[in-house]
Structure formats: C-alpha cells, structure tokens
Write a protein that binds this ligand. Structure first.
Ligand code: FAD
Length: 512
C-alpha cells in the first residue's frame, strides 16, 4: 500500500521548507543544527519534545576521549558486539568523528558530569574494555542533551518547531522526495513541500508488550519509508535490554535499570542470591547485552520465576543518590531502596539495530530522503549494538545528513504543485484499536522475543498478515488507525526478517 490515507482525505493547508526533519530527538535536533543557517527548516514531532527515546537515555554517550583510550579500541569493541555484521567503514566514521561532535556538545554547554579534579567523568558499560561513557545529570544524559540542543535550536531563526503533528507519508515525484503529508490532532491534513527530508523518528518498541521505549515509538517513520519504497535492512536485530525494572502490573513503558549500574559494580543474582553470570563470559555481568539477556531468560525458564535481581548494595546510599538519581528515586517510589534492597529486573525490548538503509552520508535509496538515529540502519551496530553507541550515532550521522544537504541543496517545489494522486475510498474501520494492539504485541512477545523458532515465526507471520490485510482494507482518520497500521507493517517486517535469517547471530537467536 503506497499511502496510509484513502481518497476521502482533503488537504487543508500547504507550506514549504528547504529541509524537513521528522523527529525532535537527538538525531533530528543535531541534524537541524548542522544545516546552513540560510536553509529554512522545520522539525516536526508527534508529541512534545520530552517524549522520545533520547529524553529517556540514562547511561551516556560512548566516545574515546580518555588519555588511555583510542578510537581503534572503541572500533574493536563495537565490532565484537556487532558479531561480525557491522559495516566497518561506518564504524570508523562513528568512532573517528565522534570525539569532534562531543567537543561541539561541550561547546554548546551540554553539562557532562565532571570528576572532582574537573575532568570528564567516564564510566563503563557492557562490552566496553575502557571507561569511555560520558554522562550528564548522573543518569539523565539524554534529557540534558535534548534540553541543550532544543534550546539552541529555538534561538536559530531558520529552525521552526511543530510539535503535536503526525507525519503520515513521504510524497515523491520523478526527482525523488517532493514533500510530506502531516496532520494535526484535529485530523486536518497538510502538505509540506520540500526536496530534503530527514527521517529521525526513532525506534519501534511499542511493537512488543514490554519495552523501555515511550508510547510514541510506533515505527511511523519506518513504515512511511517502506510505503515510499525505501530499503530497510536488519530488522530482525532487536536489542532486548537485560535489565528492565520488573513490575507485577502491565506498564506502557518499562523503566530501565541502566547498564551503568552494573558498570559501577551491580551484580546479577538469582532468587537464591547466586551470581549466575560467572563463567558465562569473560566480562561476567558486563558481557554484551544479548548474552546477558539470554542468560536471564534461561535462568527464568529453569527457575520458573519472572525476574532476577541486581545487587548494588555494595554502594552507599549517598553514592547511589548522586550517581543514579533517576533510578534511585523511581525505585524508591516503588518501595525499593537500592542501597539496601535487590532490584527486580527482567529482559525487555530496548533498541532497533536495523532500520532504513543509509550510506555514510545518511542517504537512502530515494533521492532527497535521509534517515538518521534509531530509525536508520547505518551499519554501525551490526547484529548487536554496543552500549551507548546510539546517541553517538545520532550525532555523527545526523550531522553527516545535514552536511550532505548543505552541498546538494535544491529549492522546494511550489506547495501548490505537490499533489496527492487519486486514491480509492476504503471502508470505515472503526474497531477496538486498543485490544488489537494488545493482540499484536502478544503475538510479537510470544514469538519474536529473545529466543525465536521457525514454528513460532511462521505462526506470527500468518497472524500478522491477516491483521495487516484487515487494516489495509479500511481507513479511519485517527491516530489510533495510523499507529496500529504502522505497527502491523513493522511487526511483519521484523517477523519476516527473523524468519529469513536461519542462523543465530548477535541479538537474533534461533532455537532451531
Ligand atoms: C530508556 C532508554 C535508555 C537509553 N539509554 C541510552 C544510553 O544511555 N546511551 C545511548 O547511546 N542510547 C541510549 N538509549 C537509546 C537512545 O536513547 C536512542 O536510540 C536515541 O536517543 C534515539 O534518538 P532518535 O533521535 O533517533 O529518536 P528519538 O529520541 O526516539 O526521537 C524520535 C522523535 O521522532 C518523533 N516522531 C516519531 N514518530 C513521529 C511521527 N509519526 N510524526 C512526527 N514525529 C514523530 C518523536 O515525536 C520524537 O521527537 C536509550 C533508550 C531508552 C529508551
């Protein structure tokens, strides 16, 4: 299906910008900030700026800036985590250019935490052989970075913000991108003419029942790119974070217990109080995420429990309050004092390694269409992301998208010249979207989670095909319809990619 809409839709507004960015996370904001100030730009966000994966990022940004570190060591760690499937050229770009972008963040006054002697404070996370994770606000790195970038962007006269606006589809003509279709929450449609579109819409965690991603992570940018004919790849590679905070009640977003808690000495223990990661990997609790997630999954399977624990009681209460204020307070709200109590955790969906296929300049196969951040597949992560490499990827490849646009700029077509093709009118699809989404999430979590089998994937594919056909047979001008359609498209894409990849590698594990 080329468009999410049907022929009943009429356009009530037309605008144009030199560059359109979809997404106000770190990737979208930083790419906009790297555009030539002479280019008019509009950043669209589905909700407000504080609702994104970027805002929630806790641990920090991995970058080789310490005297005893080197981009080549960062390169090696990234390749090991990626299980041989990383694009080495892209990883070189990431680790070699990353320090320059971090320098710019420091100049922009992102408040990275410092040691008592005024040096950048660096911690370690799973898969890293050096302390190279910079953090801000203790465990609020994403929020502090987004706040700084958004403030600077708001001071730029060429950058406009439109929040609470839903990006629906990419519009193309013979030359490539010619605009986008968006709508506000009254369901009023608008065509925005442009020749340069950056999709920075983040991940798709809402595909699963339990995810650290917020409600907006419904894969809208990925699905719109598919409809427009963009190539996606590696969609089977989903990172399941080993340590989401376990909750006895279903939650729309799982709270994350950052890897840096283990980096600072947190130990994984089972109900009997035994460390089960010992001997599983040379890095024990700090083994790559897929290994830890599977170890927990197997531990839970054999014990019949639904969670294991992190023990960080070796640290004092004041140390934990200072280093992990967000985690300390959230746990305390739930009656867990992490300086005295073990933290109950279980694996949850966390990050999409695959996405819209891009080259080293963040270009897709459609002229004028760029992707960066979690929505993109630059090839940096391979089969598994090294912890805290994603915010660095947002910065490096967000900047590269902007730099490419700066040198290849074309003026937008006139808004009146950008039209929707005639489309059929489909039946009205006024169904219970909440329960349909729950059914889809259950299919994905039961069959496409940490451990997968051909039998489960075939079943999931059949079910999801049926759901997608039903959704495509009708239409409703509502956010519920748009998001559910996009989730079904992305779910099917993940299932099919997981089915096609027969071998277990990185985060993709086939029991058969
Ligand atoms: C809890 C948590 C902790 C994390 N910790 C770390 C960490 O310590 N280090 C690290 O490197 N990474 C971490 N990550 C991953 C990292 O935060 C993300 O991969 C990265 O921030 C993604 O940034 P982004 O700009 O690509 O997308 P996001 O920050 O998710 O932004 C997406 C934007 O797209 C907009 N959007 C989406 N759909 C639409 C639509 N249809 N119309 C209009 N706008 C739309 C949203 O409104 C939002 O503004 C963490 C992720 C989570 C969830």
């Amino acid at each position: 299906m080329r468009f999410a809409i049907d022929g009943s839709v009429s356009v009530s507004r037309r605008t144009s910008y030199d560059v359109v960015v979809i997404g106000a996370g770190i990737a979208g904001l930083y790419s906009a900030l790297n555009l030539e100030p002479s280019l008019s730009c509009c950043i669209f966000a589905k909700e407000t700026i504080d609702i994104s994966n970027s805002w929630l990022a806790q641990g920090g940004i991995a970058v080789a800036t310490a005297p005893d570190d080197d981009p080549d060591l960062h390169f090696k760690d990234t390749l090991v985590a990626g299980a041989g499937l990383c694009n080495e050229a892209a990883v070189h770009v990431l680790v070699d250019e990353g320090p320059k972008d971090i320098k710019r963040l420091i100049e922009m006054h992102v408040p990275f935490d410092l040691t008592e002697s005024g040096e950048l404070d660096r911690t370690r996370e799973g898969g890293h052989h050096k302390n190279r994770i910079l953090h801000a606000g203790g465990d609020a790195t994403g929020r502090e970075t987004v706040k700084t970038l958004a403030y600077i962007a708001s001071q730029r006269s060429n950058i406009n913000f439109r929040d609470n606006t839903f990006f629906v589809d990419v519009l193309t003509d013979a030359e490539g991108v010619c605009g986008i279709l968006v709508k506000d929450f009254d369901g009023q449609y608008e065509i925005v003419a442009t020749r340069h579109l950056i999709i920075a819409t983040g991940g798709c965690g809402q595909v699963f029942k339990s995810s650290t991603n917020p409600s907006i992570a419904t894969g809208d940018g990925l699905a719109a790119a598919i409809r427009a004919g963009a190539n996606l790849r590696n969609m089977e590679f989903i990172q399941f974070h080993p340590t989401g905070l376990w909750s006895s009640e279903p939650e729309s977003r799982a709270f994350l217990i950052s890897e840096s808690v283990r980096g600072e000495g947190g130990l994984l223990k089972n109900k009997a109080g035994n460390r089960f990661m010992l001997g599983m990997h040379e890095l024990n609790e700090l083994a790559p995420r897929d290994i830890v997630a599977r170890a927990i999954y197997n531990e839970l399977k054999s014990s019949g429990e639904d969670h294991v624990y992190i023990d960080i009681t070796s640290k004092s209460e004041s140390e934990l309050q200072h280093r992990f204020p967000t985690i300390y307070n959230e746990c305390l709200k739930r009656g867990i004092n992490i300086s005295k109590d073990y933290i109950p955790v279980c694996p949850v969906q966390h990050y999409l390694m695959g996405g819209i296929q891009t080259d080293l300049c963040s270009r897709t196969n459609i002229p004028g269409l760029y992707a960066c951040g979690e929505a993109a597949s630059t090839g940096v992560h391979g089969a598994n992301r090294l912890a805290s490499n994603s915010m660095l990827e947002c910065l490096v490849f967000g900047r590269r998208a902007a730099e490419d646009i700066n040198v290849s700029y074309q003026s937008p077509p006139t808004p009146e010249s950008v039209c929707l093709p005639p489309l059929p009118i489909r039946r009205s699809l006024d169904i219970d979207y909440k329960s349909l989404r729950h059914r889809m999430q259950t299919i994905m979590s039961d069959n496409c989670f940490v451990i997968r089998s051909s039998e489960g994937l075939l079943y999931a594919r059949g079910e999801m095909n049926e759901i997608l056909s039903m959704l495509e047979s009708g239409y409703l001008n509502s956010k519920a319809y748009d998001e559910t359609l996009n989730l079904a498209i992305i779910s099917l894409n993940i299932i099919s990619s997981a089915f096609e990849r027969k071998e277990s590698i990185g985060a993709h594990y086939r029991i058969d």
